[in-house]
Design a protein around this ligand. Structure first.
Ligand code: KIV
Length: 278
């Protein structure tokens, strides 16, 4: 039987210089496959909105949508730590709402922790959640829920002022109690400094090799999301054209009568010939 990872295990991986792997998952069957591949953390990311639900950004994603998918991921997971991504609006309106929503991820969806986006301004939320027993993963650099304020989807920390601010944000969030920090779209050199400045693991996405771990959106890794591919993505498979090819073949074979063939057809155990009308 596999043993479920804990937040403490993830923290210890940094102390033992072990690289952490994290992937997004949105349903039980994918979660089962990733879990069996020994991925350390499954993130039910609000990227769900774009890669699964067809929204243009992560902003419209609701708590109910997140909980629905997080429950499915939890059901498919036996060893990985499951982190639920708190959607936009679920932790910005006040500490009570933030704690209530964080608790829902654990009680109703079986998550082990939650993730929130933002820097120093989110420290009160981190403290309130951790005090309530909800472990928190932070997320700095490019924060998609507020990408508009950051000038769009671009690399962050590209001037000295914003680089200093990112280091200060990472330190403040660590002091407030996060157990790990996602660094998204951060120059490799700055990610290395942030990683050395904090006692908790950093998990990079478009943040170079010096982070303590790496995360990718599973649909990007598998080449399933063909609307656009960020420059930091490595496609380990390119499934989209294969899916299109397989589905086109299915359509052609149904239309021409090739599928289903005899081997796909059940045989009746009784003689039905008398039931045929002439
Ligand atoms: O929602 C998501 O998938 C994320 C990852 C990109 C870290 O936040």
């Amino acid at each position: 039987m596999s043993v479920k990872k804990t937040v403490r295990d993830i923290l210890e991986m940094k102390q033992e210089s072990m690289r952490i792997t994290m992937l997004t998952a949105y349903d039980a069957s994918m979660a089962r496959l990733l879990d069996k591949s020994d991925i350390d953390i499954l993130l039910v990311g609000d990227s769900l909105g774009m890669v699964v639900l067809g929204y243009e950004s992560t902003v419209p994603v609701t708590m109910e949508e997140m909980l629905h998918h997080a429950r499915a991921v939890s059901r498919g997971t036996s060893q990985a730590l499951v982190v639920g991504d708190m959607p936009f609006g679920s932790y910005q309106s006040g500490l009570t709402a933030a704690v209530d929503n964080g608790v829902r991820f654990m009680k109703e969806a079986g998550c082990d922790a939650v993730k929130i986006e933002g820097g120093e301004e989110m420290c009160d939320v981190v403290r309130a959640l951790t005090r309530a027993g909800v472990p928190v993963m932070g997320h700095v650099g490019l924060t998609p829920q507020t990408a508009g304020q950051l000038g769009g989807f671009k690399v962050q920390g590209q001037n000295l002022e914003s680089a200093h601010r990112m280091i200060a944000d990472a330190r403040a969030l660590t002091q407030a109690g996060v157990f790990s920090l996602v660094l998204e779209c951060v120059p490799g050199e700055l990610a290395a400094i942030v990683t050395d400045s904090v006692g908790v693991p950093t998990i990079g996405i478009g943040a170079g090799p010096s982070c303590d771990g790496q995360v990718l959106v599973i649909n990007d890794l598998l080449g399933l999301f063909d609307k656009f591919t960020p420059g930091f993505v490595k496609k380990y498979l390119d499934l989209a054209p294969h899916i299109k090819e397989a589905v086109t073949l299915f359509r052609e074979e149904v239309e021409s009568g090739v599928f289903p063939a005899e081997e796909h057809t059940f045989k009746s155990k009784v003689d039905l010939s008398s039931m045929r009308e002439n």
